[in-house]
Design a protein. Structure first.
Length: 147
């Protein structure tokens, strides 16, 4: 069986220039896409994969911000926390009641994550990416995107 075409696909427009973050963001796109295309029976497992990803992803960014005294870290961390709160709430409900209602709610959550990511990346992650590149390489990132 061939895997379904991605609904949410990585594009180089998402690249921010700090390679470690870009790698994590590629994985974010893969995990959200896996949730979007999952069959009912595997939705909970794919959501658990996403939870594990998100905990590591948001934890890593928070750790970079704390370790480097990034200004205005709190607003970035608050946005991650709001996302995790919704994700964990849906996860708990889906696990308790794996029926059509919560399959639909889980798919809405996945849609919402796909909608949320570009703005978050552009606005908050890009500032952190610039900051980290300056710390690590002493200059602003130069991003090469395929046209
Ligand atoms: Fe991120
Ligand atoms: Fe972030």
């Amino acid at each position: 069986m061939s895997s379904p075409a991605p609904v949410f696909a990585w594009t180089d427009a998402f690249k921010l220039g700090y390679e470690r973050m870009d790698e994590t963001h590629r994985d974010f796109v893969l995990k959200v896409n896996a949730l979007l295309v999952a069959e009912d029976a595997s939705l909970l497992a794919r959501l658990d994969d996403f939870v594990a990803h998100a905990e590591a992803h948001f934890g890593e960014e928070a750790q970079w911000m704390t370790a480097t005294d990034f200004p205005a870290a709190q607003c970035h961390i608050d946005e991650h926390d709001a996302v995790m709160k919704s994700v964990l709430e849906v996860r708990g409900r889906l696990a308790a009641q794996p029926d059509a209602k919560y399959f639909a709610i889980t798919r809405s959550l996945a849609q919402e994550l796909m909608r949320w990511f570009p703005g978050h990346a552009d606005y908050l992650d890009s500032a952190l990416s610039h900051w980290m590149v300056k710390r690590v390489y002493g200059g602003a990132p130069i991003v090469f995107r395929r046209s």
